[in-house]
Design a protein around this ligand. Structure first.
Ligand code: BGC
Length: 745
């Protein structure tokens, strides 16, 4: 009876869904029929100025009045937004409201950790909540479209945009993509407080050669589909309203003119019903790419490939009408692009509510939002080293606080914080003074900013260390050193930070290194000087109170790395889900550069895939992170060792907290398809679970994974689930765990 009841409800809800879709399609078609050619082209234009611009030009107002603009970006003065929206709604020929876009990447005013830091929480609920707050705050400031989430997989920490990425793993990134989109869009895009999401940058932008931004990407279809496209597919499934193309070329074809990506994959295979926007000028940038002769050719290639809306450059505005007159683009093609945009405008409810009604109920920097920002920061921190349990700081009375990031309110916010304000930031210095008493904190910055090379205040810093029991060294990168176009070839601590650490070491006090940066930092050579390492990423507005709580032990660490941490830049790209090679490196055959006998015979050393000087393992593996307590994994049980393609793999394990305080562990399940028609990674994350355990407590974790999830795409783009042996690990990170096997028939 109960079942019948639910079935009936579900049936009527789906009917309602269809009815809504039908009525939107009806409205879209009716509207397109009324529109002039100029107006249609106008809908495809995303106009905007610099992210710092404040004004509204008469020219823009005039264009809106004539219906020549579909959306505007970077207009942040709410009075001006409402003014220009009024022009669009009341004066333009068909009264079509505008969309207002902005890069709200990890918070609007309440700034959460950078996305790479949020990824380190492995907490999807948390990510969804942070993007809901970001949406609410943005909506309150008359923004209805964010250029987020960025779901580019990145295996190269030299690339500045790794800070914005979900890390290196396709499964994690796919789950996070969904969480971000749900948080921004909710169940109903038209609900006040919700904004349109934009999955970007489509596609494979994170695979830029050498980690140099905007660079060439040459990868096989198998790598493209198994690694880089997965989070985008998940974004479509989560209902992302929009997609943004990337700046790079993919196997020779720039993404903004790439028919394979935009039509074959996105529309035909994945059935995407939203619209695709270019990146900033990426349509006309196809000219310097060497793919288009001029602006007109760029318009032709972008439109033919299926790019709906052009950001900032004006190839569509200048040439689409001529291209139609010349029969190079058909009216039907143009209508399709316009419909993709109008469909989203209707779904977003902006025809009914163009003036952001209900926005006053969303406060900026609400105490609950700040509390969430603090808890997000705590969950993002990763404890990488903790020698002799120097942390938490429970017995120390006098603490030296040193380093360029200890009191840097702007820098702790990280990249892409157009609307964040450093005056809202709570810094570690202030929080530690509040916690331990100002008289117990010996603060000297030592360096005034991360790139500072001056040693002028080293002596003062040394004296502060000398009179303290422990040194908290807040190191890292200023916010501007990561993010778009901010790649680095050397990813050690910039400036004279290393020299300062070595100098402080001479004071004979344990040093805790807290890194605030947009990427993993090479620290191998510093580790002998340091007792503990905390990766804090750029934690956002609440960095200070969050760090004070974990350093003092009020809160525990639970973050785990969403990227492999290299020992040296020469190991990059380095990632856990690599394939095996015919000569995989191992500890029995590896001989390091220092151990090679003089005049050794050419082939006398283990000929495996490694570096003589950096070995074959990273500094810290993917999934790694310590806690103030310890977790022990019992043997994993695989319910059925032989499975068919329609079965589910059922795995259980028990985890015990064998330490003496409460903690949260992220239990990770990895699989390897041992032999296949294409070589497969040595491990792939297929599931994870977070368990909170009190001291001494044991919990059972059960995973159910459909065998259909264990397949892969081949180079023809065909998804295969091949029979054979699979290895499995349930472990605390990608380099850990006991190997077991099962068979797929
Ligand atoms: C970036 C995008 C961003 C856009 C608008 C571009 O330079 O690549 O990620 O959304 O600017 O600000």
């Amino acid at each position: 009876m109960k079942q019948l009841y639910f079935f009936t409800i579900a049936f009527f809800l789906s009917l309602a869904g269809f009815a809504q879709t039908d009525s939107i399609e009806h409205k879209v078609n009716a509207l397109v029929q009324k529109m002039s050619l100029d107006e249609k082209v106008g809908q495809l234009c995303l106009k905007g100025t610099s992210s710092r611009s404040k004004g509204l030009s008469d020219e823009l107002k005039d264009q809106v009045r004539k219906g020549l603009v579909g959306a505007i970006l970077n207009l942040t003065d709410t009075a001006l937004v409402l003014q220009i929206q009024k022009i669009a709604v009341e004066e333009s020929p068909n009264h079509i409201p505008l969309l207002f876009g902005r890069d709200v990447i990890h918070g609007y005013k309440t700034i959460f950790p950078i996305p790479l830091g949020l990824a380190a929480s492995w907490d999807t609920t948390l990510i969804e909540k942070t993007s809901e707050i970001a949406a609410n705050e943005s909506y309150s400031r008359c923004i209805n479209w964010t250029f987020a989430p960025m779901v580019d997989i990145c295996r190269d920490p030299r690339w500045g945009r790794i800070a914005e990425s979900p890390g290196e793993d396709p499964y994690l990134a796919s789950i996070f993509a969904k969480a971000y989109i749900n948080g921004f869009q909710g169940n109903n895009l038209a609900e006040p407080g919700r904004i349109l999401a934009c999955a970007k940058h489509f596609a494979a932008y994170g695979a830029a050669e050498g980690g140099r931004d905007y660079n060439t990407v040459s990868i096989s279809q198998n790598t493209l589909r198994n690694i880089y496209l997965k989070p985008f597919k998940s974004s479509v499934d989560a209902g992302a309203a929009t997609f943004m193309t990337s700046f790079n070329d993919l196997n020779g074809i720039p993404a903004s003119g790439n028919t394979f990506l935009l039509k074959d994959v996105l529309r035909t295979e994945w059935k995407f019903r939203g619209f695709v926007v270019s990146d900033w000028n990426s349509v006309t940038e196809m000219i310097p790419h060497g793919y288009c002769t001029d602006e007109k050719d760029a318009a032709l290639k972008a439109a033919s490939a299926g790019l709906d809306m052009e950001m900032t450059s004006q190839a569509y505005a200048h040439h689409l009408k001529t291209l139609i007159a010349e029969n190079k683009i058909t009216i039907a093609e143009l209508d399709e692009m316009v419909k993709n945009i109008l469909r989203i405008k209707f779904r977003a409810g902006i025809f009914e509510n163009p003036y952001f009604e209900g926005r006053e109920k969303f406060a900026l920097l609400d105490p609950a939002s700040l509390a969430l920002a603090k808890s997000a920061a705590i969950k993002s921190f990763v404890l990488l080293k903790n020698e002799k349990n120097i942390l938490p700081l429970t017995v120390q009375k006098k603490i030296a606080v040193i380093g360029p990031l200890a009191n840097a309110p702007k820098e702790q916010l990280g990249t892409w914080i157009f609307d964040g304000n450093k005056n809202d930031s709570q810094t570690p210095l202030t929080a530690l003074r509040n916690m331990y008493g100002t008289e117990n904190i010996n603060y000297v910055s030592g360096l005034t900013y991360s790139r500072d090379e001056s040693q002028a205040i080293f002596d003062q810093a040394y004296k502060a260390a000398k009179k303290s029991e422990v040194v908290l060294f807040f190191a890292g990168e200023e916010a501007i050193l990561s993010g778009e176009a901010h790649s680095r070839a050397d990813i050690r601590l910039p400036g004279a930070q290393e020299e300062l650490i070595k100098r402080l070491y001479k004071a004979g006090k344990p040093i805790v290194l807290i890194i605030m940066a947009g990427r993993p930092i090479v620290i191998e050579h510093l580790l002998p000087y340091i007792s503990a390492v905390v990766m804090a990423w750029h934690p956002g507005t609440m960095a200070g109170p969050a760090l004070a709580d974990v350093l003092s032990g009020k809160e525990n660490f639970s973050g785990k790395l969403p990227v492999t941490w290299p020992k040296t830049v020469g190991q990059i790209p380095i990632y856990y889900n690599h394939t095996n090679t015919g000569r995989p490196a191992d500890s029995t055959s590896f001989v390091g550069i220092k151990d090679i006998p003089i005049e050794a015979w050419q082939s006398s050393l283990g000929n495996t895939s490694h570096y003589l000087d950096a070995g074959y393992t990273p500094q810290y593996p993917f999934g790694y992170g310590l806690s103030y307590t310890r977790f022990t994994y019992a043997k994993t049980t695989i319910e059925k060792n032989t499975l068919t393609k329609v079965d589910s793999l059922i795995v259980t394990t028990t985890v015990t907290n064998t330490g003496n305080r409460i903690g949260t562990e992220t239990v990770q399940l990895y699989v390897q398809d041992v032999t296949a028609s294409l070589v497969r990674p040595v491990r792939e994350l297929k599931a994870f679970a977070q368990v909170e355990l009190k001291a001494g407590e044991t919990k059972t974790v059960r995973f159910a994974i459909a065998v259909s999830e264990l397949g892969f795409y081949n180079n023809e783009g065909i998804y295969l689930i091949e029979p054979g042996t699979f290895n499995l690990w349930v472990s605390a990170n990608a380099a850990d765990g006991f190997k077991q096997s099962f068979e797929v028939k």
